[in-house]
Design a protein around this ligand. Structure first.
Ligand code: S3P
Length: 449
């Protein structure tokens, strides 16, 4: 069995810190960065992307897009992409390695799964243990064949698209923006209309960005609230300019740190406020978090705002299952906020956490156990019983190649009575390479353990 720890693990330790202050310049949104590279690489003409997240996950997407024929170079602060044109990707000569990135891997399966050539997908130990069947199933309906796969849809996987892909209408069995996006991407190379039916709304960056590249997306909501999202394939995508907003999922760590470290006041400018992504902010405000949302404005088709976060006395809340999709990546850091809240915080309907970079429900619960935080874990829920004095800590958390587990528990250690150690902080580079420096700039005490 492959080990879920880096070859050169780098442990870090967070220690109770004085008041955090100043401005947290959060890097670009990972979901939008991936889609900028993919749609820019597929478009006709030139796209210019500023604010791109230069984390390992996105760098893997850049390499993959180059292997499929796009020209991608960095010019100063701007990434310049000359796309291949829709329908004109080249067969990759070598396997595409997606490292730790489930989003890049699944979106590229949709991208190449409609082409009449073979693509092999590989990744690290974490990615190789994640289910790909959820993407392979609809792509098979479009005519794609799976030649090799491990253990029921695990990487490495080789797929081969049909001569002409079959447009489908597909109802998502899981609330997943990755699956939705993979099917829509495959639909771009199929004659006719491809429709994805989404009973639970997930992040809508693919739909918005397609419009930005000149592809109309028809969206209808039926009587039961399901969204029917349709694109007509074999259309031209036209290169465009994209300003990537700050990632709310990365901002979450600075926000929770400012709330739990007494006396803090931190500004977090330009955070994307797309309602499919703001569940954590809504929850923290319900918990009594002092988060001022100012200067709401549009940037590159997305709403952004400047946040000012002040340390607060938090109280436990019940987070409804209906909010899960809008904060799916934020539950580990919410569990950390909940550890400092008065009373119980119940997080319901979070089974999807089990198939993230780690089994995040189990990894979060194990981190809470290691640090003496009272909690209960169910098959699809987590209940955390907080202690506002932060009279816990002292444990070492197994990060299991999961960047968000590492960052969440480092945030915990900034306010807990005893320090918190994470066994391997290197996965943080997948999504937030600046994390340790940025937190240190706010006054956080995080050092090598
Ligand atoms: C993402 C979708 C989510 C999220 C991931 C990014 C995306 O995954 O967890 O970090 O960019 O589409 P699912 O679609 O599996 O929920």
């Amino acid at each position: 069995m492959t080990s879920h720890i880096s070859e050169n693990p780098s442990p870090l330790r967070a220690v109770r810190s004085g008041a955090l202050a100043d401005t947290a310049a959060i890097p670009g949104d990972k979901s939008i960065s991936h889609r900028s590279i993919i749609f820019g690489g597929l478009a006709c003409g030139r796209s210019r992307v500023t604010g791109l997240l230069e984390g390992e996950d996105v760098l893997h997407a850049i390499d993959a897009m180059r292997a499929l024929g796009a020209r991608i170079v960095k010019d100063g602060e701007c990434w310049v992409i000359d796309g291949t044109g829709n329908g004109a990707l080249l067969a990759p000569e070598d396997p595409l390695d997606f490292g730790n990135s489930g989003t890049a891997c699944r979106l590229f399966m949709g991208l190449t799964g409609s082409y009449d050539f073979a693509t092999t997908f590989t990744g690290d130990a974490s990615l190789s243990s994640r289910p790909m069947g959820r993407v392979l199933e609809p792509l098979k309906l479009m005519g794609m064949q799976v030649f090799e796969e491990q253990d029921g849809g695990r990487l490495p996987i080789t797929i081969h698209g049909p001569r002409v892909a079959n447009p489908i209408s597909y109802r998502l069995p899981v609330a997943s923006a990755q699956v939705k996006s993979a099917v829509l991407l495959a639909g771009l190379n199929a004659p006719g209309i491809t429709t994805v039916i989404e009973p639970v709304a997930t992040r809508d960056h693919t739909e918005k960005m397609l419009e930005g590249f000149g592809v109309p997306v028809a969206i209808e909501t039926d009587g039961k609230g399901a969204r029917h999202i349709s694109v007509t394939g074999q259309q031209k995508l036209t290169g465009c300019d994209i300003a990537v907003p700050a990632d709310p999922s990365s901002a979450a760590f600075a926000i929770v740190a400012a709330l739990i470290v007494p006396g803090s006041q931190v500004n977090v400018p330009g955070v994307m406020m797309n309602p499919t992504r703001t569940g954590l902010i809504a929850t923290l405000i319900e918990m009594g978090g002092d988060i001022a949302i100012e200067n709401r404005r549009l940037s590159g088709g997305e709403e952004i705002a400047d946040l000012t976060v002040r340390s607060s006395e938090l109280k436990g809340v019940s987070v409804p299952a209906s909010r899960a999709a809008s904060m799916i990546d934020e539950y580990p850091v919410l569990a950390v906020a909940a550890a400092f809240a008065e009373g119980d915080t119940l997080m319901a309907g979070v089974h999807e956490l089990r198939v993230k970079e780690s089994d995040r429900l189990a990894a979060t619960a194990a981190g809470l156990t290691a640090n003496g935080v009272a909690h209960e874990e169910g098959s699809d829920w987590l209940k955390v019983t907080g202690d506002p004095k932060g009279n816990f800590g002292g444990g070492t958390v197994a990060t299991l190649l999961d960047h968000r587990i590492a960052m969440s528990f480092l945030v915990m250690g900034l306010a807990s009575e005893k320090p918190v150690t994470v066994d391997d902080a290197s996965p943080i580079a997948t999504s937030f390479p600046q994390f340790t420096d940025l937190m240190a700039g706010l006054g956080a005490r995080i050092d090598e353990s």
